[in-house]
Design a protein around this ligand. Structure first.
Ligand code: ATP
Length: 601
């Protein structure tokens, strides 16, 4: 197929703005395109060489290098090109004008001695790919030479669009939706084929691939299209509601309720030992998570599978889940192996879309979940998301509080009926998110009293490393629990802590302590520690201010960290529940003022 055809259509497309006309021109172009290069035609129209999820480099050729290549290609001095560019402001247009005017034409070309065969789409595509992929020593020359070669052969219009493509300025303004309309007209017999094409695109987010299938095998082949390992599925998205009663009724009265983890969404593809991880935006993020790739290799029992989950940062010592921001360290670190060591992650899986040749997207959620559970071998890195099945609003509320008190962002309430398919690429009420609006950022630290302690896990196994902390209410002379603190201690502080706590260990709870948690050891309220967290949030597990904001839950600190001991304070001088309530209300008010969001009732 000649590249000229594309250039001519680009030229026509540039002159019109009506969507109907654009679709009709595109339909013509597709009809005239060769089936074996239709994928490349689509990518070029999209202004790229391949789908983003390949993770291949973009073409990345600066203006200086393009001018150099053009100068060699058309045999015109760089100065002349630069001067023209100043006037015209578009290097594509400059190339067009110079070629058209015959500048740089030698006597040999004039006589036709060096005339060559017309440029093909394949040739242009291959040269552009070579330019994009060249790296390392000598790559600059390779890029210039390849482009110069193309421009030499190109006619004026072709040169214009080759340069504009590289420059990222095609300006033909064609989105995926229009491409799908045109594909439906060209290969599917008309607009009625559009939903079939869209469904296929949702399953394989690669329009080049979809075009190739429909062009060479027909629309029927698309109807039966399955997801393919290596090509991401467009993600299913959730609606948001705040009223648990409404949420449950929307999903049909019964639901699978998952913790909503606060991490990075990951769509994981596996074919034997080949593993790809795609982000929410379908970028290839496999390189950032070599550990996750290994876990999938070791613990997922399937030849071919596509699963989905949330990658969550984990506290190295306690194993508790950490806020999303912690994952950012991974992206910033150059040394990925060091980052893996320093910022470990767990994966909480929540769906399965494809398994050993079978498309699972059209199966109801319980069936997908069952298969997911079956293929995970016992391990402590990859888990199915924490969940319950319920038809009871009270249980749902309780579970919401439990989720946030354990560091989750809220819950995902999911339909479980016959129609509870995986709606690729769509946002709907089959999944509804209930997030903690009940939150209040914590600007100030608080001073809390140690009333109990828990033994750690992993490296901290056998050591008391998590402290049950309480606020003190002088009115009732009672200690009300607020949070468990497990991070922020240095190794030396941790060692010292063992001695400190064993000295004040009690056989049972101090009568002044009000707690719903049962720590491994109780201690006499003696030490005060300064603690800061991400925010103050509701939690059913803690007794501080229970009943004052919500019937079921008290106030707690999310992601608390130890700052230092406050030996200068007696336990009676610790922060009071009243103060924590004030902090909570103050921030909450500010948040409402600015966002206008309502709270779940
Ligand atoms: P959206 O993804 O809906 O456009 P968003 O990007 O703002 O919105 P959220 O509102 O936080 O994200 O909610 C959706 C995200 O929650 C999902 O994309 C996914 O990454 C995450 N998530 C965490 N846990 C789950 C779960 N158990 N099931 C589904 N999604 C979950």
């Amino acid at each position: 197929m000649e590249f000229k055809l594309i250039a001519e259509y680009f030229d026509k497309l540039e002159r019109i703005s009506s969507r109907i006309q654009i679709t009709s021109l595109l339909t013509d172009l597709f009809k005239k395109s060769d089936k074996d290069v239709i994928d490349k035609v689509i990518y070029i129209i999209q202004g790229k060489l391949w789908p983003d999820f390949y993770g291949y480099p973009e073409i990345g050729l600066g203006e200086k290098l393009m001018i150099k290549a053009l100068s060699i290609g058309i045999n015109v001095k760089e100065d002349t090109i630069e001067a023209e560019l100043k006037k015209v402001g578009d290097l594509g247009e400059v190339a067009y004008r110079l070629k058209k005017s015959g500048s740089g034409t030698t006597i040999l070309t004039f006589l036709g001695a060096s005339s060559s065969s017309p440029l093909t789409v394949e040739e242009v595509y291959n040269s552009l790919s070579k330019i994009a992929l060249a790296e390392g020593e000598g790559s600059r020359d390779v890029k210039i030479r390849s482009l110069a070669g193309l421009l030499k052969k190109a006619d004026p219009l072709e040169a214009k669009y080759i340069i504009r493509f590289i420059d990222g300025r095609l300006r033909v303004g064609i989105g995926d939706a229009t491409i799908m309309d045109a594909l439906a007209n060209a290969y599917g017999g008309g607009p009625h084929a559009r939903p079939i094409i869209e469904r296929a695109y949702n399953l394989r987010a690669d329009l080049g691939n979809i075009a190739k299938v429909v062009a060479s095998e027909g629309i029927e082949a698309l109807k039966n299209l399955k997801p393919e390992v290596g090509i991401p599925i467009r993600p299913m998205l959730a609606e948001r509601l705040n009223d648990p009663v409404e949420i449950l009724s929307k999903v049909g009265g019964q639901a699978l309720v998952d913790y909503k983890y606060d991490g990075e969404r990951a769509q994981i593809h596996k074919k034997g030992n080949e593993i790809y991880i795609f982000s929410r935006r379908l970028e290839n993020i496999t390189k950032q998570y070599p550990d996750v790739r290994d876990y999938v290799k070791d613990y997922i029992d399937a030849d071919e599978v596509i699963i989905e989950g949330e990658i969550v940062a984990i506290d190295k010592e306690s194993g508790d889940i950490l806020p999303f921001q912690e994952l950012m360290h991974r992206k910033r670190k150059n040394d990925i192996h060091e980052a893996v060591e320093e910022y470990p992650v767990n994966v909480y899986l929540f769906d399965l879309m494809y398994y050993n040749g079978e498309d699972y997207t059209l199966k109801p959620l319980p069936e997908r979940r069952k298969k997911l559970e079956e293929i995970i071998k016992p391990n402590d890195k990859l888990h199915v998301a924490h969940h319950i099945f319920t038809d009871d609003v009270e249980k749902l509320k309780e579970y919401f509080y439990q989720a946030i008190s354990e560091g989750a962002e809220g819950i995902m309430v999911k339909a479980v009926g016959k129609d509870s398919i995986y709606q690729a690429g769509a946002r709907g009420f089959l999944w509804i998110k209930l997030k903690r609006d009940y939150q209040s950022e914590m600007a100030d630290s608080v001073d809390l009293v140690v009333v109990g302690a828990f033994y750690g896990r992993g490296k901290r196994g056998g050591k008391l490393s998590s402290l049950l902390m309480a606020a003190y209410d002088p009115e009732t002379d009672t200690f009300y629990t607020v949070c468990k603190v497990a991070s922020g201690f240095s190794d030396a502080e941790l060692d010292e802590l063992q001695k400190k706590l064993m000295e004040i260990k009690m056989d049972s709870k101090d009568p002044r302590v009000e707690s719903e948690m049962e720590p491994d050891i109780w201690v006499q309220p003696k030490y005060v520690a300064e603690v800061i967290g991400a925010e103050i949030t509701l939690s059913p597990q803690h007794t501080c201010c229970k009943g004052q904001v919500s019937k079921e839950a008290g106030l707690s600190i999310r992601f608390p960290r130890f700052i230092r001991w406050r030996d200068d304070k007696s336990v009676e001088e610790a922060t009071t529940p009243q103060e924590i309530l004030e902090m909570y209300k103050l921030k909450l008010k500010k948040k409402e003022d600015s966002s206008g969001e309502t709270q779940p009732s």
